[in-house]
Write a protein that binds this ligand. Sequence first.
Ligand code: NYM
Ligand code: MG
Length: 256
Amino acid sequence: MRYACNFTISKALKFGVVAAQGSLKSSLNLKLPFKPSRNIHMENKENSSSRGALIVLEGLDRCGKTSQSSRLYKYLDEQGYSVESWRFPDRNTGVGQMISSYLANQAHLDDHAIHLLFSANRWEKRMLMEEKLRSGTTLVVDRYSYSGVAFSSAKGLDTEWCKAPEIGLLAPDLVVYLDISPEKAAERGGYGGERYEQLEFQKKVANSYLTLHDSSWKVIDATLPVEDIEEKLREIVLDSMTICQKGKPLSQLWPS
Ligand code: NYM
Ligand code: MG
């Protein structure tokens, strides 16, 4: 059976093109020819709720998320923005190490148990995440709750059950789904020996992802040349960062 995800997502959801924003440095130069005094900054209400953006990249294994995340991080950093590159699972914590050995097939866990560990791995970073965003740092995050639900529900777990432990985590300002068919992703090679890195399973994950789209999602065709993806990504990310900088309130999963 021909896999329909690539067609459905890429063509059905039109990519929202936004005008590229200038760098933070240059926009500051434009708006503020003088150095603002501390008082002006404190009195400006809009400025006080200004924050960084929570940007999430999602997609199948081998869709190019990790390299696009690092290219995006490098670009934003070079432009002078306060930005950090994060990823889930975060394998550096105790919980992350349990997840890592599960993925490496060294530990065997009940599907529900590993789902909750992936979720706990996000919860243990939630407070830090909020602090970073409120302090004005933009986070570029490689996988988040959507991976959690897509991969676990692809095993047959109930979607609503999978979503429950994610409720209350910070909602991303932007989710970029790098859209590739499972067959094309598999052709790229480089599936390691990790659990889940199999074509038949990735087909199920792709279908699960389809049910998760919400208003924070944008889809980019992951089969485009790397530079084209990078350019589209920058445009939508800068747009999202501008909105957050103006004082968009933080919200929580799951958005309606
Ligand atoms: N994964 C990732 C999950 O099953 N649930 C989650 O919550 C997250 C964040 O881990 N195949 C799966 C998806 C991947 C695997 O991630 C490892 P990565 O980005 O390939 O290192
Ligand atoms: Mg992977």
